[in-house]
Design a protein around this ligand. Structure first.
Ligand SMILES: [Zn+2]
Length: 276
């Protein structure tokens, strides 16, 4: 069938119509105005960095996390030292001295378990460089930390000075729950970081403790179910990890020790010399 000349002219001028709003449509101007800034009150609170030393029969000393590097002015430098200022650091708070104060020696530590590899938890690995002490960390955390430092993608919270690939005896695992020793379980709790792990210890007399490391910096993260803003890398994973910790807490009637909650940490530290 052949098109007539008037049809050809019509087709030549055809275009996709730009649909217009109905005549009565009005734009509501207020939605185009900039958001009014909300006045938020900034508050400061003292936090703490903590480690746990476990004297395990037949194995020896096991250390959970290691705190910061001793010389953060050199190892971190500004602006990180401005963002995370160290307000108190007595001689007996340095890792070797703190272990000494318990009647033990850092040279006798047989294993280190890392909850995650951020600078304020893993900087103290500097004391284990050149030793054979196994450093247990989740495979996801180790890979992420290496990538973060090497590419600069998440540099600042991870640093290269303690992620020594040749002079630390890294031991990785990728189970979601690992019973490393009888009564000591490591739970993968991603969210704050991809490979963060909490440590559960079932003590004979004092019951179950769970160290949550950075999954919850302070009690309110756990109690209110509030992740820590930009310091949570994966919010969906964080909420799933929150559910797991709440379930474990209920099942074992566990006492929780949060990553940086000074009030909770000091309460347990001052109540007893040790737990058994
Ligand atoms: Zn952290």
């Amino acid at each position: 069938m052949t098109a007539r000349p008037d049809q050809i002219a019509l087709l030549a001028n055809a275009a996709v119509p730009a649909f217009k709003c109905p005549p009565e449509q009005r734009c509501i101007s207020s939605i185009l105005e900039p958001y009014k800034s909300m006045s938020l009150e900034n508050k400061r609170r003292d936090l703490m960095v903590l480690s746990a030393l476990i004297d395990y029969p037949g194995v020896g000393l096991i250390l959970f996390e290691t705190g910061c590097a001793e010389d953060i002015d050199v190892k971190w430098g500004a602006p990180i030292t401005d963002i995370f200022p160290r307000t108190q650091y007595r001689e007996n708070q340095k890792l070797p001295a703190a272990i000494k104060e318990t009647g033990n020696n850092i040279e006798d530590v047989k294993a280190v378990i890392m909850g995650h590899l951020h600078l304020d938890h893993a900087g103290g690995l500097e004391h284990f460089i050149g030793t054979d002490v196994p450093i247990y960390t989740h495979e996801e955390e180790f890979k992420h930390a290496c990538w973060a430092v090497a590419t600069g993608a998440d540099l600042g919270v991870y640093m290269g000075h303690y992620i020594d690939l040749e002079k630390l005896n890294w031991k990785t695992f990728n189970e979601s729950t690992l019973d490393l020793f009888q009564g000591i379980s490591i739970h993968h709790l991603p969210g704050h970081t991809p490979g963060l792990c909490g440590l559960q210890i079932n003590l004979e007399n004092d019951g179950t403790f769970i160290w949550t490391t950075g999954q919850f910096h302070v009690r309110e993260n756990y109690d209110l179910g509030q992740p820590h803003g930009g310091l949570a890398r994966d919010h969906n994973a964080w909420y799933r990890s929150l559910s797991l910790v709440r379930r474990l807490q209920r099942l074992f009637n566990a006492k929780l020790i949060f990553g940086h909650d000074k009030e909770v940490g000091m309460c347990y530290k001052l109540a007893k010399e040790y737990y058994e």
